[in-house]
Design a binder for this molecule. Structure first.
Ligand code: NDP
Length: 504
């Protein structure tokens, strides 16, 4: 196998024989952005093998050595931020400033992971307890080996880097399978790492379709970190179950925003519209539902409709948001809209005519039955369902009435924290939106159909390491129950001690 200039892996057989490739396409124009290899099972296995060979010396570098190299990569990413942002725009269609914002977050997370890995993962002492007082006990988080990362297209740099940066900082090698819609971004990330850290080929990319991802699950990696839809996550987990490969699953959501009667309505409306429409609503933690307390609903809805009504999608840099990146999603958005309207929902902004592939204009719906797919299923478009509720308890109950549980938002002046804690989600923003994703120290992940495991933060570092516990005997105790030469009274003495110390 050989590593190509762009960091992807090419086998000798592929090079010699017919090379199977596919194209990535600009969803705004239909133009070809790039051509990429379809990595088959043999190529994926070879990438994992090579990553494994390189991993040992990466782990041996220790935290300081790895930090130095990850910092070099981060500086390169900052220097060439606009180059990568332009490629993200071309493969996803999102406006340039949105791509730049995505990369600002990537850089901040990479910095945090490299800077904090030692503090979180290094060996630390834990108390041995009275019964084992002759031992010194400690825990260290050691690298797993090779982590397979499978990513989606909606945030093609930020989303996978939540696993890649943290896995590398923890001492692992990574083999990354980007979405078939954004392979160029994946290759760019790997080749920039290879440029900044040429002596440690621990970050490889394999491109292709779902079969390439499935091959990665079967290639003997030590963990699979998957981000994508719940349906694919189930397939990934089933494949990984065959080899007991552990999985981290970051899946979809149907996040709700709750507006309390004392909320700052201007801020809440801005947050709702940004959370729902930014990136054309193609955000796993985007706002898809709003529950607003009746007493402030009219005023809130006016602000939301004013704001959303002004937004225009397009392919030009000043557009509010870009196209629907994955063509098949347009049908899902259309179906959710039509069903909601047929069941009595009202469109306050937009309507059926808003779906103009590849673009979808903003749609604000209200009074939609709670069992409609627009309320229960991930729409992933620039649409929002705003529902009136009698009080904030009803808002929380309805927000929680979902199989998902990724993020959530609460706007309340007096009870923000209390309401946030009542949401059954992995993350909540209070009086802001999506803020938790931008705080590198906060763990990111969901419950229920939104998946399990965490990226980001200390939990995100530990996700890519195995705790190794060591108990070291420092001296012998007069009584030792764990020997065949113990006296008859040893255990009885211990039982007496436990009764005295722990029985009360
Ligand atoms: P998909 O589930 O379609 O694909 C995700 C990745 O899995 C892609 O790289 C895909 O490859 C790959 N894949 C497909 N089939 C298999 C298989 N059988 N085995 C292994 N891998 C496979 O998701 P999307 O790319 O459409 O992303 C959108 C989804 O991602 C939304 O549901 C969104 O909510 C979720 N998401 C979740 C986030 C989170 O952090 N919780 C963040 C961002 C998005 P290919 O593209 O080639 O088919």
């Amino acid at each position: 196998m050989t590593q190509t200039a762009n960091g992807s892996v090419e086998s000798a057989t592929e090079a010699a024989a017919e090379i199977e490739t596919f194209e990535s396409i600009d969803p705004r124009t239909g133009e070809v952005v790039g051509r990429h290899l379809i990595h088959d099972a043999a190529a994926v296995e070879a990438a994992v093998r090579e990553a494994r060979q390189a991993q040992a010396s990466w782990a041996d570098l220790g935290f300081t050595g790895r930090k130095r190299r990850l910092d070099a990569w981060r500086k390169l990413l900052v220097r060439r931020l606009d180059e990568l942002a332009t490629l993200i725009c071309a493969e996803t269609g999102k406006p340039l400033d949105d791509a730049r914002l995505e990369l600002v977050l990537v850089v901040d997370h990479l910095h945090w992971a490299a800077a904090n890995a030692e503090k979180v993962l290094r060996r630390r002492k834990v108390p041995s307890g009275l019964l084992m007082a002759n031992h010194q006990s400690s825990v260290e988080y050691v690298p797993l080996g090779v982590v397979g990362v499978i990513g989606p297209w909606n945030y093609p740099a930020f989303t996978p880097m939540g696993s890649i940066a943290y896995a590398l900082a923890a001492g692992n090698a990574v083999v990354f399978k980007p979405s078939e819609l954004t392979p160029g971004v994946g290759e760019w990330l790997a080749s920039s790492f290879a440029e900044a850290v040429p002596e440690h080929p621990v970050f490889k990319v394999v491109t292709g379709f779902g079969e390439t991802g499935a091959a990665l699950c079967k290639a003997g990696v030590d963990k699979v970190a998957f981000t994508g839809s719940t349906a694919t996550a189930k397939r990934v987990m089933a494949t990984c179950a065959e080899s007991l490969t552990p999985v981290l699953l970051e899946c979809g959501g149907k996040d709700a925003l709750v507006v309390d009667s004392d909320a700052d309505l201007t801020a809440a409306a801005e947050a709702a519209v940004w959370g729902a429409m930014a990136n054309a609503g193609q955000t796993c933690i985007g706002v898809e539902r709003v529950y607003v307390v009746d007493s402030v609903a009219d005023e809130f809805l006016k602000r939301v409709t004013d704001l959303a009504g002004k937004l225009r999608p397009g392919g030009e840099p000043q557009a509010a948001f870009g196209p629907i990146t994955m063509a098949s999603q347009v049908d899902i958005i259309r179906n959710h809209l039509e069903d909601a309207l047929e069941q009595g929902g009202k469109a306050l902004v937009g309507g059926r005519h808003s779906v103009r592939p590849p673009f979808v204009e903003p749609v604000v719906l209200t009074d939609v039955p709670e069992d409609s797919p627009a309320v229960t299923e991930e729409t992933f478009g620039p649409t929002i369902v705003v529902q009136r509720v009698s009080d904030v308890d009803e808002a929380i109950a309805r927000a929680n009435n979902t199989c998902y549980g990724l993020g959530g938002t609460v706007f309340s002046r007096s009870r923000g924290m209390e309401l946030a804690r009542r949401l059954r989600t992995g993350m909540v923003a209070v009086n802001s939106v999506i803020a938790f994703a931008a705080v590198p120290a906060l763990p990111f992940g969901g419950v229920g159909d939104s998946g399990f495991g965490r990226i980001h933060g200390a939990e995100g570092l530990r996700e890519f390491a195995r705790p190794q516990a060591i108990a070291r005997a420092r001296f012998s105790l007069p009584i030792n129950p764990m020997t065949f030469t113990r006296s008859r009274g040893t255990v009885r003495t211990l039982v007496r001690m436990v009764r005295l110390l722990r029985g009360r």
